[in-house]
Design a protein around this ligand. Structure first.
Ligand SMILES: [Fe+2]
Length: 294
């Protein structure tokens, strides 16, 4: 078993054919702040980190790379050696991007580019004053080819823990901290983003966020409804590129020492342990119908 341990998803780095519109979405709609622009690439922060979102020009929409922060108990050189011993190639990049002076670049079995780092600059730009202002980037869901190998990679190599699944071999939820899921991996014959999710404060913030979206002509695609896996209250909408964005609150809190989730009144079994679910909504909302085109 690996000693390499990721503890958070720090950033998502997007390609965009219309990067100005994406930057406008992130600043005007979500309330992120521009930290830095360099070589046509925009680095956006939601308060403390140098960046949590990167927008760069490209020939397609979607994700260029995901940035995960390591716990720092191993140096990047030691992490690289351990990955190598497990047959995984990586490249140590120095001064490759602002805010993260050193990181390892590698690929997961699905083909995603993964960047692992121990230190990110924290210039503390502060929260914006308008827009939705999420608490943070919470999780990524992606369609993955090589589904089984990809789940094993995040579990066995990067230290993630299984928390739930939908169906027997369709969709696995993994965490690297106390949140129910930081990754949601969906079996597919292609690898691409399913959705990116931002945490809100509470139900009132959820309603206010939908009002802001409506004023900006962004339709809510589904929700609010409560999921089964994670029990988060969620709504979904499209960003300016058509990527699906989830806004959520009240996600289950995982207690790793007990392998249960903190009890909540809406749990139908107590204590609630990681398990298999059949549907996606605990309220019976037809998520599968409403979001069939995602
Ligand atoms: Fe989600």
């Amino acid at each position: 078993m690996s000693n390499v341990k990721v503890f958070r998803l720090a950033y998502a780095d997007f390609f965009s054919q219309e990067p100005k519109k994406m930057v406008d979405y992130y600043t005007t709609t979500l309330g992120y702040r521009i930290m830095e622009e360099q070589d046509g690439i925009t680095y956006l922060s939601n308060g403390v980190d140098h960046h949590n979102i990167v927008i760069r020009p490209g020939n397609q929409k979607g994700i260029r790379s995901y940035g995960y922060q390591l716990d720092g108990k191993l140096s990047l050189e030691e992490v690289q050696a351990q990955l190598h011993s497990q047959g995984i190639d990586s490249t140590l990049i120095v001064d490759g991007k602002p805010g993260v002076s050193r990181y390892l670049e590698l690929h997961d079995p699905a083909g995603n580019t993964v960047e692992l780092f121990t230190v990110m600059a924290q210039p503390v730009i502060g929260y914006g004053t308008t827009g939705i202002l999420p608490l943070k980037l919470g999780h990524i869901a992606f369609y993955a080819k090589n589904f089984v190998e990809t789940v094993e990679f995040y579990s066995d190599v990067l230290g993630f823990t299984f928390t739930d699944k939908i169906g027997e071999a369709f969709c696995n939820f993994l965490t690297c901290n106390h949140e129910h899921h930081v990754l949601n991996i969906v079996s597919s014959d292609e690898t691409r983003l399913h959705h990116i999710a931002y945490q809100l404060r509470d139900a009132g913030h959820q309603y206010a966020s939908s009002d802001i979206l409506a004023k900006q002509g962004l339709n809510v695609l589904w929700g609010p409804s409560r999921h089964t896996a994670g029990h988060n209250i969620a709504t979904y909408h499209h960003d300016s590129d058509g990527n699906v964005v989830e806004l959520y609150t009240e996600m289950d809190v995982y207690i790793s020492e007990l392998d249960i989730f903190e009890p909540r009144p809406w749990h139908q079994e107590l204590p609630l342990k990681p398990r298999k679910w059949e549907g996606l909504s605990s309220w019976g909302t037809e998520f599968e119908v409403d979001l069939a085109k995602i």
